[in-house]
Design a protein. Structure first.
Length: 252
């Protein structure tokens, strides 16, 4: 899941040079509002992911001691520590999906290549984000997708219409069982096998490093937004959007 959020952040920040060509007009204000909403939601997703990774790191420390001495059964309840943040992430990713699909014009304008690559991950009935959300709604924490999984999905960006849709259906049919099998339950004890899985995930996938890079990219995005747009730009275009309501809401 961390890898997917990172790809979304990178796609948005890579398009920052394109902001210099946007003229100050209604289109400019609308773009500012859309980018600001994406920034807010991506930042919230990054913060929730950070809390999840922090809990996983704490779990490995405590479970290591429990396996050695058997004196910390609280370590076995780590799924409960994470359940709340999984629910938060469902909301965050649902809103990001809505923003990218319903108001994706912002990214199409500043970085059309990135938008085209992300499109298979976020759109249609068969896409990576939908599968992740289904796993989380079942009460589990997905460790998928890997960077390799994302690369395979983005490879279909050059396929149009039915061919692209069919490619994603085949790919998701292949990957979905793997993603579900590697997801961590949040309603049952985390024993030695879960401990081994989490240790491997932290060591091989290095989510802490990815979060650091995400945070730096988001800081760059915020700086660029402050450079190119004013609060007036954003609020004027926001108009009657309800704060904190709806899948594509403005801010919560």
């Amino acid at each position: 899941m961390v890898e997917l959020i990172r790809v979304l952040v990178e796609a948005l920040t890579q398009g920052l040079p394109g902001l210099h060509g946007i003229h100050r007009a209604k289109r400019h204000r609308k773009l500012g509002a859309e980018l600001f909403m994406l920034y807010v939601r991506l930042n919230e997703a990054m913060l929730a992911a950070d809390e999840i990774v922090r809990s996983l790191e704490t779990y490995t420390q405590r479970m290591s001691g429990h396996l050695a001495h058997g004196d910390d059964r609280y370590a076995l309840t780590a799924g409960n520590w994470i359940a709340g943040n999984v629910q938060k992430q469902i909301v965050n990713l649902t809103r990001i999906s809505a923003l990218m699909s319903e108001r994706g014009a912002a990214l199409q304008i500043i970085n059309p290549d990135a938008y085209n690559q992300l499109h298979p991950l976020l759109s249609g009935k068969s896409n990576a984000l939908r599968v992740l959300l289904d796993i989380m709604r079942s009460g589990a924490l997905p460790l998928a997708p890997t960077q390799e999984d994302i690369a395979r999905a983005m490879d279909s960006s050059h396929l149009a219409g039915f061919d692209g849709h069919r490619h994603m259906m085949v790919l998701m049919r292949e990957l979905s069982p793997q993603w579900r099998d590697t997801a961590l339950p949040t309603s049952s004890e985390w024993g030695p096998s879960t401990y081994d899985c989490v240790v491997q995930y932290l060591q091989e996938r290095r989510p802490r490093e990815q979060l650091t890079e995400m945070r730096e990219a988001l800081e760059g995005l915020r700086a660029a937004l402050e450079e190119h747009f004013t609060i007036a730009d954003v609020l004027l275009e926001a108009g009657n959007w309800r704060l904190g309501t709806g899948s594509g809401s403005f801010v919560a």
